[in-house]
Ligand binder design. Sequence first.
Ligand code: MD6
Ligand code: FE
Length: 217
Amino acid sequence: MFDLFSHPDPITPTQPEVLDLGDGVFHIKRLAPVELCMLHIHRILKFAPLRHMMTPMGHPTQVKMSNCGDYGWVSDESGYRYSQLDPESQRPWPCLPAEFLQLHKYACQLAGLVPFQPDACLINCYEIGTAMGRHRDKDEQDTSWPIVSISLGLSAVFQVFGDSRNAKTKNIQLDSGDVVILSGASRQYYHGVKPVKLDPLQPNLTQRYNLTLRKSQ
Ligand code: MD6
Ligand code: FE
């Protein structure tokens, strides 16, 4: 197979930069090949279209979602869980593309984490003005496995709240192609995304996509 990382990448011209932000938070700038990731996303979304999911509180999610991989994160009136079937179609989710797995492996290596195989990839789509409320990811069977997140399209501010009232909030500007990892202590931290804004320099860009690769089982 063509190895994305053994050649100078024709799509992402600059080198990735690894920032260790403490507590197991890593921000890797410019890691993902954006165009290639977007091609995969558009193909996946033809089979498993984006949808607002209903929360147990009875409100639809602001962000539109879908999944790929053996398991997908779903929400409905009865709660949050991972499911092997897309509830809209009753079909399995599309496969996790090999390039996403390769990107996950490379990100873990750069952060000095033990590589492991994710089995779920949640796809979030933000229109301008939408945000992701403060939450913790705790629906995985073992919540100690890191979560690797890939940002594509419009930029956003990702906020990681500490584990105590006086802990300092980390505000991380995520640009297209950036990767964030929550591992170690921060894996259990509350986090969220501020409302996504239009970029006046790219007025035709109207969405932000975020992929979170997880080991759910
Ligand atoms: C987002 N990300 O960036 C939402 N969760 O759109 C998350 O909720 C997230 O980036 C766990 C670990 C990393 C994340
Ligand atoms: Fe999250």
